[in-house]
Design a protein around this ligand. Structure first.
Ligand code: ATP
Ligand code: MG
Length: 568
């Protein structure tokens, strides 16, 4: 490809509204342009990278025996109603009506559609296992589309689905995917950490997310340097740093705390208590009934753990007025001592604590000398809090670390979540009819591209890993109008192309500085420069984008040399 003819609209300056590095560089390097919130056009360079990523995904899916489909993205509502997701998935699903007022949806994932095919076509255990996949557009009305293509409202996903006759079969299909995913991410130059995760709106039992450490990410994971335990913060278990309590006193004492509303207020209040000696009392409304949640003052509620405590229920924080009618006081003075009519759940970190302070259920009053075992005898215990850096690992006791990450892929054991309600069944070897045991597995194509940039860039621009680079090499003459340089770069371009390399010939009549800057910005792994000094010695200059290392290579040996480096 000739640069002079290729559409690469690079920008001289950083775009104003792009915070994430990958977003900024994708705009600057002429890879993407925005059409609307979370909606992007991929320009030719980006499309070349996307094809590379998809190619790697295809190879690795083929390696585990998966078969490629292409299913509609426009879905009638019917299968979504059969699975129950038409109502359980809320605003994230794009819905529309056809001209006959029929309900439709745009593909968010395709569990329902693949399950429909399995139900209509698979009859016997002999046809199993099957792994089916597609690479196609997905639509999600994300609440906060941001960071460019890292979180779009339209994006490309490889989604696959496994169909097995039993749980052991599912385990095998799941493990195959875990291996394929590890290979895909490593080939794309994105280092990922597999973590235990929550299954969210897909349903099902076990799930593993592949997380890339990345500043632009929005997910926190917990990792243990001791035993390798790794989990999404949504799900992570840990043991809180213990607090040593003084000996208890005989009775709870009420004391005035005028104006004290928050944990911090009470920590600063004369006669108050530091956060770790306070009981934080939250009121949540679970299926229309108020419920009390108790945490150590310095701990945060984990909403995913809360949702898992009440499967299928809707939960929300209570409004101030609901708190007053349930407990007789406003938030800031709430507590669970003496509460008998409401269900109370306490976080494990409060077990056995003494000399605690909490709200008195009377505005501007608190209670001190609270002994959890004595004064809160009827609470139910649960893991309700977010793990924190420095907590002890519940497996090995080592101190846990927190990392900011972005989810690159997610593999789920769905079990019977879709086959049961949708009636996808097969006959076993014994002639018994059983629901198919399913798994589902997703990878975001654009997310891989953006995460690769997050991991591989420098002050001058993108540094593409060779396997997903839009071109392998840029060939640039120092002076495009010089007949000798032009003739030799044209010949090199032909020879490199004939050797199977993807070459961008920078034939623009621009200053060398401009050309080199552009080549660096768009991140091509190698650059060959034809200038008068090296050519006089029969050589060219070979520049490696990663690290900038420069060497002189004989003109007639450069094709072989580059071939060697790229194969490596
Ligand atoms: P997140 O928690 O980041 O929203 P998710 O849990 O909704 O992700 P899945 O439903 O598991 O994601 O989708 C599978 C994969 O699709 C993700 O691992 C990610 O690579 C990709 N993906 C999901 N949502 C988006 C999006 N809005 N933009 C780009 N890629 C996405
Ligand atoms: Mg999501």
């Amino acid at each position: 490809m000739r640069w002079s003819q290729m559409f690469i609209p690079t920008l001289r300056d950083d775009p104003a509204d792009a915070e994430a590095t990958s977003h900024r560089l994708m705009l600057r390097a002429g890879l993407i342009r925005q059409l609307g919130a979370g909606i992007y056009s991929k320009l030719p360079l980006a499309e070349r990278v996307a094809r590379k990523v998809e190619g790697i995904v295809r190879e690795e899916m083929t390696r585990i025996g998966a078969q490629e489909f292409r299913l509609p993205m426009l879905h009638p509502a019917e299968p979504w109603k059969e699975s129950g997701r038409w109502s359980s998935v809320k605003e994230e699903l794009f819905r529309l009506r056809d001209r006959k007022q029929g309900d439709m949806a745009l593909a968010m994932t395709a569990e329902e559609i693949f399950t429909t095919i399995a139900r209509d076509e698979l009859r016997s255990y002999r046809q199993l296992p099957q792994i089916w996949y597609q690479i196609g557009d997905k639509f999600r009305d994300e609440p906060r589309p941001k960071s460019g293509v890292l979180r779009g409202r339209e994006f490309t996903m490889k989604d696959s689905y496994s169909f097995d006759v039993d749980a052991a079969g599912l385990d095998a299909s799941f493990d195959k995917h875990a291996e394929a995913y590890a290979r895909i991410f490593s080939r794309c130059g994105v280092e990922t950490i597999p973590v235990e995760a929550s299954s969210g709106s897909m349903g099902g039992s076990q799930s593993v997310e592949f997380m890339a450490v990345c500043d632009a990410g929005e997910d926190w994971i917990v990792v243990c340097p001791g035993c390798g335990y790794a989990a999404n913060l949504e799900k992570a278990k840990s043991v809180a740093q213990p607090v040593t309590d003084p000996p208890g006193t005989d009775a709870v004492e009420k004391f005035p705390t005028p104006g004290v509303r928050t944990i911090d207020d009470l920590a600063r209040f004369a006669g108050g208590a530091p956060a770790e000696r306070q009981i934080k009392t939250l009121v949540y409304v679970v299926d229309e009934k108020p419920v009390l949640l108790l945490l150590r003052g310095d701990h945060e509620l984990n909403e995913v753990k809360l949702a898992e405590l009440f499967p299928g229920a809707t939960t929300r924080p209570a409004h101030a007025e609901e708190c007053r009618s349930a407990l007789g006081a406003l938030p800031g003075s709430l507590g669970a001592v003496g509460v008998t009519k409401l269900r109370v759940f306490a976080d494990e970190a409060l077990r056995g604590r003494r000399e605690m302070t909490t709200g008195a259920n009377q505005d501007d009053f608190h209670l001190r000398h609270v002994d959890v075992a004595r004064d809160l005898a009827t609470v139910a215990w649960a893991d309700l809090r977010n793990a924190r850096a420095g907590d002890a690992c519940s497996n090995c006791g080592k101190s846990l670390e927190l990392r900011k990450t972005i989810e690159m892929g997610h593999i789920f054991k769905l079990g019977l979540r879709y086959s049961q309600p949708m009636g996808a069944r097969v006959l076993t070897a014994e002639g018994k009819e059983v629901p198919i045991v399913m798994g589902s597995y997703g990878i975001g194509i654009e997310r891989i591209m953006a995460a690769a940039i997050e991991a591989h860039h420098d002050a001058n621009g993108i540094v593409w890993p060779v396997e997903i680079a839009p071109f392998h090499v840029v060939v640039a003459a120092v002076k495009a109008t010089d007949p000798d340089q032009r003739e030799k770069s044209e010949r090199l371009y032909r020879e490199l192309t004939a050797a199977g390399l993807e070459v961008l010939l920078d034939d623009r009549d621009e200053r060398p500085g401009v050309k080199f800057k552009d080549a660096d910005l768009i991140g091509i792994p190698f650059r060959i420069v034809l200038g008068p000094r090296a050519l006089a010695k029969g050589c060219v200059e070979l520049v490696v984008r990663a690290g900038g290392q420069t060497s002189e290579v004989p003109l007639d040996g450069v094709v072989a040399e580059l071939g060697r480096r790229i194969r490596k």
